[in-house]
Design a protein. Structure first.
Length: 289
């Protein structure tokens, strides 16, 4: 079955052709400009292939309620040209094929659940730490939506007593996105994360904030697996720091096999940064039915 995949990011749109096994046959990256510039290029790409369904995982917030008149829209995004834009609808009208639609980070969670390290997991989370911080949740074997969709990047944290950085989020000065995203690291330290690899104090502080958020997710969602992806998490020295801090913050409260084997509980993304695209392929499979 030939399928289309579209991972819609705020900086670039990654289009791909693949199949139900998660195999990606080819892909193309297109800059995210305004809809009148970007959408025709995306449609031109997908029209070249006889795809049977398309999966879209988009930056947001988005409307995921099928009963809503704005289902499939990007809603209150700060990218104003895309605000209240019928993202799914334009592909449905133009391509006349089944469309699966979700958030970009839910797409990555679905990719890991279907093809990666969350396979067989009934409850798990995927956290991306990069330009922003986002969370996808698998609950009872399915993507969690609820009122809207998880916005785990905006859980509120206790500041480190020595951290005077004002934060990068315009809504919450002490949320995880504000304090631990890639732009927060660069603004706090004056260099990009990749240039700070050997600076221990940078990663101690980063782990301090990420571990706090992860403990919140653990006690609320009780996930069986926590997967961390995104550009910041390419700094693999973070993983042992985060695991140690999580255990410290839990303070012996939880005794589960997952916590006892924390090296296999809090883990890196496993699909060579293709988890988003592979999740889009699975969204297409589910839409095709």
């Amino acid at each position: 079955m030939l399928l289309g995949a579209l991972e819609g990011g705020g900086t670039k749109m990654v289009c791909a052709i693949g199949d139900e096994t998660g195999a990606v046959h080819e892909q193309l990256s297109i800059p995210t400009e305004t809809p009148d510039i970007t959408i025709p290029r995306l449609l031109e790409y997908f029209r070249k292939f006889p795809i049977e369904a398309l999966g879209i995982a988009s930056f947001g917030p988005v409307d995921l309620n099928p009963a809503s008149p704005t289902y499939g829209y990007i809603t209150t995004t700060p990218k104003l040209a895309w605000a209240n834009y019928d993202f799914m609808g334009v592909f449905k009208r133009e391509l006349q094929i089944p469309i699966g639609f979700d958030t970009d980070v839910n797409g990555s969670a679905l990719g890991e659940q279907t093809f990666g390290c969350m396979k067989g997991v009934d409850c798990g989370i995927y956290l991306t730490v990069g330009t922003g911080v986002g969370m996808g949740v698998i609950a009872n074997g399915k993507l969690l939506h609820g009122m809207l969709h998880p916005e785990g990047g905006h859980v509120l944290l206790a500041r480190h007593p020595e951290d005077t950085f004002p934060g990068k989020c315009p809504f919450h000065p002490n949320c995880i996105e504000s304090l631990a995203s890639g732009p927060a690291i660069e603004a706090r330290w004056g260099k990009k994360a990749i240039e700070l690899k050997d600076d221990a104090k940078v990663w101690d502080l980063e782990a301090y904030y990420l571990a706090q958020a992860i403990v919140n997710y653990i006690v609320i969602l009780s996930p069986q697996k926590i997967v961390l992806g995104g550009g910041v998490m390419h700094q693999t020295q973070l993983f042992p720091l985060i695991r140690a801090k999580v255990k410290e913050l839990l303070n012996g409260y939880l005794h589960t096999k997952e916590i006892e084997d924390i090296d296999h509980y809090i883990v890196p993304a496993s699909l060579n940064d293709d988890q988003g695209i592979m999740g889009c392929l699975q969204l297409a499979v589910l839409a095709k039915g």
